[in-house]
Design a protein around this ligand. Structure first.
Ligand SMILES: NC(=O)c1ccc[n+]([C@@H]2O[C@H](COP(=O)([O-])OP(=O)(O)OC[C@H]3O[C@@H](n4cnc5c(N)ncnc54)[C@H](OP(=O)(O)O)[C@@H]3O)[C@@H](O)[C@H]2O)c1
Length: 334
């Protein structure tokens, strides 16, 4: 797949897994419950020690603190890492606003490079389209940054199927961050991007609601200051009950819930990379188990039109009832 070239760090090894990234939003220490910076650093270091090379961040995350944290593990291995960051959302006091004019994106890019202490970004993305700036104008700015050598690749995030079809021509293979998981089944966006972009899945566990920690209980499990109070799934009975049903079934089969969800997502057509938000070492271990499971069982697909994993191989290893449940949610699709 073309993505294998685009999504590689400058210095790469054969064990690199460009389909599995670690996201740093919840590690920044703002809005996701109790935070321990040393634990976040342990997660990043352990991820690197276990072969992960792809890290996603954004200037907006925790007012830049996620980028500063990531910088701490870059050290002397910069060229071995694939650093993906984004611009287009900024803080205005306690509120977030869009800001994706060429001038603002340039300013945000320089600030990200300063926090990350790097002279190039592997992938710089438009975080969200700005309603006040045509997407084509933001894209033109990203292309200019690439021409200037500030970034090696440009990408997009959170486009609708119509926007994707309008702005990306077939076979361009531009990275696009898509919110997709068993609750948020945006199949039509993956279909629209099938031969236009490299679809990188964000929030595979719906920010923890599909995990197995306290946040899997929805708003009852999080504090009033938690950002996830704004996530509509967190107060939706159907979504919470779906997560509990998954817990019950995975417990019955003695299979990890996280592993099942990641396998299901990565076996969907048009999924090219998954960005997990593990922020505790125990959570990361499950992500690493997912990686080992994929490699040991040779689940990866090289067929055009398939996702990261060959669906028939994954399905064969899955209890049918669990596979069907993962694809069954029809409640609220926001
Ligand atoms: N472009 C965009 O607009 C955009 C938007 C969202 C995210 N992203 C990117 O995607 C990354 C991932 O998104 P996300 O943070 O929402 O990811 P996620 O994987 O859906 O959720 C992460 C949360 O799930 C829980 N968790 C993580 N690993 C777990 C495990 N193994 N078992 C059980 N629970 C686990 C943790 O919450 P608790 O500790 O509370 O249980 C963690 O904070 C972000 O860091 C960011 O890089 C991009």
């Amino acid at each position: 797949m073309e993505s294998s070239k685009i999504l590689l760090p400058k210095k790469t090894s054969s064990s690199c897994t460009p389909w599995l990234w670690l996201g740093t939003w919840s590690m920044g220490g703002e809005g996701f419950g109790p935070h321990d910076e040393r634990e976040s650093l342990r997660v990043l270091q352990k991820a690197h020690d276990n072969g992960l090379r792809h890290f996603d961040t954004a200037g907006f995350y925790a007012h830049g603190k996620s980028e500063i944290l990531l910088q701490k593990i870059i050290g002397t291995v910069r060229q071995e890492l694939f650093i993906s960051t984004k611009g287009g959302l900024i803080w205005s006091g306690n509120n977030v606003r869009h800001s994706a004019s060429p001038e603002s994106l340039r300013q945000q890019l320089y600030e990200s490079m300063e926090r990350l202490k790097t002279d190039y970004i592997d992938l710089y993305q438009l975080h969200w389209p700005d309603p006040d700036v045509p997407i084509a104008t933001s894209i033109a700015a990203l292309k200019e940054f690439k021409k200037e050598g500030l970034i090696l690749n440009w990408g997009l995030g959170n486009l609708t199927e119509e926007e994707l079809t309008k702005h990306l021509t077939p076979e361009k293979n531009i990275p696009h961050q898509v919110h997709f998981n068993p609750l948020h089944n945006t199949r039509e966006v993956l279909d629209a991007g099938m031969n236009r972009c490299i679809s990188c899945i964000i929030s595979p566990l719906e920010q923890g609601l599909l995990g197995s920690g306290i946040s899997s209980h929805g708003i009852k499990g999080i504090s009033k200051k938690d950002y996830r109070n704004k996530n509509p799934y967190y107060c939706h009975k159907g979504a919470i009950s779906f997560s509990h049903q998954l817990t019950k079934l995975t417990d019955t089969y003695d299979i990890s819930k996280t592993l099942s969800i990641l396998l299901w997502i990565c076996a969907q057509p048009g999924v090219h990379a998954v960005i997990s938000g593990a922020r505790k070492t125990g959570q990361l271990e499950e992500i690493l188990r997912f990686k080992s499971e994929v490699l040991e069982n040779d689940y990866c697909s090289d067929k055009q039109g398939e996702g990261i994993l060959a669906p028939e191989k994954v399905r064969a290893a899955f209890p049918e009832k669990l596979w069907n449940l993962l694809g069954s949610y029809e409640g609220l699709n926001l």
